[in-house]
Design a protein around this ligand. Structure first.
Ligand SMILES: Nc1ncnc2c1ncn2[C@@H]1O[C@H](COP(=O)(O)OP(=O)(O)O)[C@@H](O)[C@H]1O
Ligand SMILES: O=C(COP(=O)(O)O)[C@@H](O)CO
Length: 578
């Protein structure tokens, strides 16, 4: 149970404030996260990590000399937004390009890839290696789909050591990929974790039972067994990992390996030492040479009681890099020669310009802002229900993520309308605020939706039914192009595509916008409900496909709720709104 918070939706921000206040020796705050507070030599590759909050010391606790140059810090269990990542990367960059590395989660990939594209467009060279160490999350044939857990540490460290040694972007990328290939993890848990403000844990394990093969968000495990003895658990973890030695390691005999026993949040160190005692015996019995063992917390899941074992199989090059000194808030090895302090301060965030707008579009701006406001109210009303749906096969954060995004969008839309923006700019500002503040997959996609509609209706004329339907059609295409999901994958696309099709059909047959919108919202509601029968093929829910059968997709459901509420708004004043 996470017991202490002020406002749950402010938890991540307040946590960052406190973290920076306590660790100014190593980090300073920038928009979107933290960067090193010490001077970095010109031309050094910047290693930028990041991910959702709730995993301390991942990710910000691993920023400092010898390790990462910056960390983009998302909301609880949600990827940082594209804007956050761009901002941190620009602050961390010192002329040698940016190397991104993070755990392989859909929201992170979506947002880090988009940030990488933006930086490249600005002339900054970037490469990426996603961490895929968790062997329980996909088969060896689909290794690239595996998620990243405590193996983050080995990849981050090797990449950073290569950057500190003066390696260029190609070199840093090569050794990081090698470290990832040679890092394998497997985890178990005894209780689920509870997000701040939530009434119940994300999942529960029956008394005396243990969930096997689960990740760092309380995603359900792939199996459940009786809780074994400490020695029995050591045997399970070691046997699973030895059954999948990486390429280049034919046998454990004489192989040099770093074992990392990671606590997931509330397992006692003493319990871990008892387990590790047997892990060390088992590895030695196999003839493996143990190097620099780690027992502690490296990537947690709030208060989850559980543990994972990571085995990092060294070669000469990786071992040399692994032995270099590190000094970060949460992780120290060897003796680092302290660099001078970097007194740079981050510049204030620019206030986005308001382009000149035509009278017709300005007249519709307050309605556009009202639409965003109704969206935020709808999410406020359903926030718990959305969290519960996302808990079944996801990470339970759909409600709070949508709430954070929609509230920020409402404030941005109202501010733009007050400053004389046209309807298109109102929605574009709302889009940017939503994706920036919410992060995660749905934050990025709601940014695409609002931006597509805003750009289509533009700032000249009063939007009519045709331009609104064209905007929604552009949003539908945009979401599919960005997220790569198709109809039937059990995502918001399953509601958005029929919504758009029905809206276009209604408008083309001459229905007023309010009527066409109401028909489209009904179609979205039916389609969202029908996702209960689908098996997910994208994102967090994919490894838990069967668990999600019978439950609608949270993103499809929230989209249908929003569409319905906007329909009611339009119907209330049809002549004003058509
Ligand atoms: N690739 C995708 N394309 C479209 N929608 C997606 C995709 N991946 C996930 N989603 C939608 O996002 C929802 C999850 O949103 P949310 O929980 O807020 O984000 P996150 O998974 O990043 O925490 C899913 O229910 C689904 O509707
Ligand atoms: O969960 C995280 C990001 O993945 P999403 O796909 O956005 O849920 C985060 O905690 C790990 O970086």
């Amino acid at each position: 149970m996470t017991r202490l918070w002020n406002d749950p939706s402010a938890f991540a921000d307040e946590m960052i404030d406190g973290f920076v206040a306590a660790n100014g020796r190593c980090v300073r705050r920038v928009a979107g996260g933290v960067v090193r507070s010490t001077v970095v030599p010109d031309g050094q590759v910047a290693v930028v990590i990041g991910g959702g909050s709730g995993h301390y010391p991942a990710f910000a606790g691993l920023v400092g000399q010898g390790l990462a140059h910056g960390a983009a810090m998302g909301n609880l269990f949600a990827s940082p937004s594209t804007q956050q990542i761009v901002s941190v990367a620009k602050a961390a960059e010192h002329g040698g390009g940016v190397f991104f590395t993070y755990g392989n989660y859909a929201g992170d990939v979506l947002n880090f890839d988009a940030a990488q594209d933006r930086l490249r467009a600005d002339g900054i060279a970037c490469t990426t290696v996603t961490v895929t160490d968790d062997i329980s999350s996909a088969t060896p044939a689909e290794k690239h789909k595996r998620r990243g857990i405590a193996g983050d540490l080995t990849v981050f460290r090797i990449a950073s050591a290569a950057a500190e040694a003066g390696g260029d972007l190609g070199e840093v990328t090569r050794v990081a990929a090698l470290a990832n290939e040679r890092t394998r993890s497997f985890g178990v848990a005894f209780t689920g974790c509870t997000l701040p403000g939530a009434e119940a844990p994300l999942f529960s394990v029956p008394e005396g039972r243990m969930a096997v093969g689960l990740g760092i968000h309380g995603e359900p495990g792939i199996d459940e067994t009786e809780i074994p003895t400490a020695d029995g658990l050591a045997e399970l973890l070691v046997s699973r990992l030895l059954a999948e030695l990486p390429e280049g390691v034919e046998t454990a005999r004489d192989a040099r390996v770093v074992p990392i026993l990671n606590g997931l949040g509330s397992l006692k160190y003493e319990e871990m030492f008892v387990i590790y005692r047997r892990i060390a015996e088992l590895l030695s019995d196999e003839g493996a040479v143990i190097v620099d063992p780690h027992v502690g917390e490296y990537c947690t899941s709030f208060d989850m009681a559980g543990t994972s074992l990571t085995l990092f199989w060294l070669d000469d090059e990786l071992e040399r890099l692994w032995q270099t000194p590190v000094d970060t808030p949460a992780y120290r090895r060897g003796t680092v020669i302290a660099a001078a302090r970097d007194d740079a301060t981050s510049s204030a965030e620019a206030i986005a310009d308001i382009p000149t707008a035509g009278d017709g579009s300005r007249a519709a701006a307050s309605l556009a802002a009202l639409v965003v406001s109704v969206t935020a109210e709808t999410i406020d009303t359903h926030v718990d229900e959305l969290g519960r749906l996302d808990q079944i096969a996801g990470d339970g954060d759909h409600g709070i993520g949508m709430q954070r995004g929609a509230r920020a969008a409402r404030a941005a839309a109202e501010s733009a309308a007050d400053r004389g923006a046209g309807a298109g700019t109102v929605l574009v500002h709302a889009a940017d605020a939503w994706s920036d503040r919410a992060g995660g997959t749905s934050g990025a996609l709601w940014g695409v939706i609002l931006r597509s509609i805003g750009e289509t209706i533009g700032d000249e004329d009063r939007p009519d039914a045709k331009s609104v339907a064209a905007g929604v059609a552009a949003a539908s295409r945009g979401v599919m192009a960005y997220g790569k999901a198709e109809v039937g994958d059990k995502t918001m696309v399953d509601a958005l595509v029929p919504f758009s099709a029905e809206l276009t059909r209604g408008v083309e047959t001459g229905e007023p916008l309010s009527a066409a919108w109401a028909g489209a919202a009904d179609a979205a509601t039916r389609a969202a409900a029908a996702t209960a029968d689908l098996l997910p093929r994208m994102g967090r829910a994919r490894p838990h496909a069967e668990k999600s059968l019978g439950t609608p997709d949270p993103g499809a459901h929230s989209l249908a709720l929003i569409a319905t509420a906007i329909g009611t708004l339009l119907a209330d004043a049809p002549d004003e709104r058509n």
